[in-house]
Design a protein around this ligand. Structure first.
Ligand SMILES: NC(=O)c1ccc[n+]([C@@H]2O[C@H](COP(=O)([O-])OP(=O)(O)OC[C@H]3O[C@@H](n4cnc5c(N)ncnc54)[C@H](O)[C@@H]3O)[C@@H](O)[C@H]2O)c1
Length: 273
C-alpha cells in the first residue's frame, strides 16, 4: 500500500476505534473531522475540515491510498440536515477520490438502508442481496444514496467501493436487539481492514456485524472480503435478558432489520438538527 488512508469522521466512535486499530494492521492514517481528534497518535496526520466541502476533501485526498468515509450525522435527523451533511459528504468523498486519483473508498452505510426488511420466516440468515433498499428513516435514505453513489462511481469511473451496512458498532451491546446486531470494536477494525485489503472488490455491499449467536444477517459476503469476526454478543446475553426480557420476535424491533427505527413511534418529526 502507498499513502495514508484518509478517515473522515475520525473523531467519532468508529473513527476512534479505527485510529486505535488500523495502524496495528499496517495502515498509516490521515484523520479528518470537523472537530479536532483529541489524541493524535505518532505518525497520524490530522485535518480539521468539513467532509461536505469538495475542495477541502479533494485536497485531503491527495496522495491517499484509500478513503474510509465515516463523517456524518449518525442517526435520524431532519431532512435538511441529513441531505446537506450525509448525502453531500458522500458525494464529496467519492468525487474527491476520483479527482485525486484515490482508487478505493469504504463507505459507512447502515442497516437502516434496508430497515423495513423483515427477518426471513424460515429462520434463514438474511443475505445482502435479499435486503434491497428499504430505508426506515431519512437517515436510512442517506445510506441508500450512499450505496447508489458508490455503485455509480464503480461503474462510471472504475473505483473500488465497499459499503459496510453496519449494525450496532458500540463498545458493547446495551439492548437485546444488539445481541443480534452488535459489531464489536475488534471486528470493526477487522472488517474495515478487509474492505481496504480485498483484491479488486469492485462494488460490494456487506453487513457489518459480529459473529453473534443471535445474528440473523449472513456473513458470507463480508467473509469473502477477508473479514474474520472474533466476537459474539452472547457473552452479554444473560445480563441483558435479565434486565429486558427475552426478545419477542413478533415485535418489529426484533423482526425488522432497522429495529426501533422501523416502528410507527419513531418519526423524523421528533428529531431536530
Ligand atoms: N455506530 C454505529 O452503530 C453505526 C451503525 C451504522 C452506521 N454507522 C455510520 O458510521 C459512521 C460513523 O458512526 P459513529 O458511530 O462513529 O458516529 P459518530 O457520531 O460518533 O461520529 C461521526 C463523526 O463525524 C463527524 N462529522 C459530522 N459531520 C461532519 C462533516 N460535515 N465533516 C467532517 N466530519 C463530520 C463528527 O464530528 C463525528 O466525529 C456514520 O456515518 C454512521 O452513520 C454507525
Amino acid at each position: 500500500m502507498s499513502g495514508p488512508v484518509l478517515v473522515t469522521g475520525a473523531a467519532g466512535r468508529i473513527g476512534t476505534v479505527l485510529r486505535g486499530g488500523l495502524p496495528e494492521r499496517g495502515w498509516a492514517l490521515r484523520s479528518l473531522d470537523v472537530v479536532p481528534v483529541p489524541d493524535v497518535r505518532p505518525g497520524e496526520e490530522q485535518l480539521v475540515a468539513d467532509a461536505a466541502d469538495l475542495a477541502a476533501m479533494t485536497d485531503a485526498a491527495r496522495g491517499a491510498s484509500a478513503i474510509v468515509h465515516l463523517a456524518g450525522i449518525s442517526g435520524e435527523s431532519t431532512w435538511p440536515a441529513i441531505r446537506d451533511t450525509n448525502i453531500e459528504s458522500t458525494y464529496c468523498a467519492l468525487e474527491a477520490a476520483r479527482l485525486a486519483g484515490v482508487p478505493r473508498v469504504v463507505l459507512a452505510s447502515s442497516n437502516h438502508a434496508s430497515g423495513y426488511t423483515e427477518r426471513p420466516a424460515d429462520g434463514a440468515l438474511l443475505r445482502e442481496a435479499d435486503a434491497p433498499p428499504r430505508p426506515d428513516t431519512y437517515y436510512g435514505v442517506s445510506k441508500v444514496a450512499m450505496e447508489a453513489l458508490g455503485s455509480l462511481y464503480v461503474d462510471r469511473y472504475g473505483l473500488d467501493v465497499v459499503c459496510l451496512r453496519i449494525g450496532s458498532a458500540f463498545a458493547e451491546p446495551t439492548t437485546t436487539r444488539q445481541l443480534s446486531t452488535w459489531l464489536s470494536p475488534a471486528d470493526t477494525v477487522s472488517l474495515v481492514h478487509a474492505a481496504l485489503s480485498a483484491p479488486a472488490p469492485g462494488f460490494r455491499v456487506v453487513w457489518g456485524v459480529s459473529d453473534n449467536t443471535r445474528r440473523w444477517w449472513d456473513l458470507t459476503a463480508a467473509q469473502e472480503l477477508g473479514y474474520e469476526s472474533v466476537d459474539d454478543a452472547e457473552v452479554y446475553a444473560e445480563a441483558l435478558v435479565e434486565a429486558h426480557g427475552e426478545p419477542d420476535l413478533a415485535d418489529p424491533v426484533h423482526r425488522r432489520v432497522g429495529g426501533e427505527y422501523s416502528t410507527d413511534e419513531f418519526d423524523a418529526e421528533n428529531f431536530s438538527a
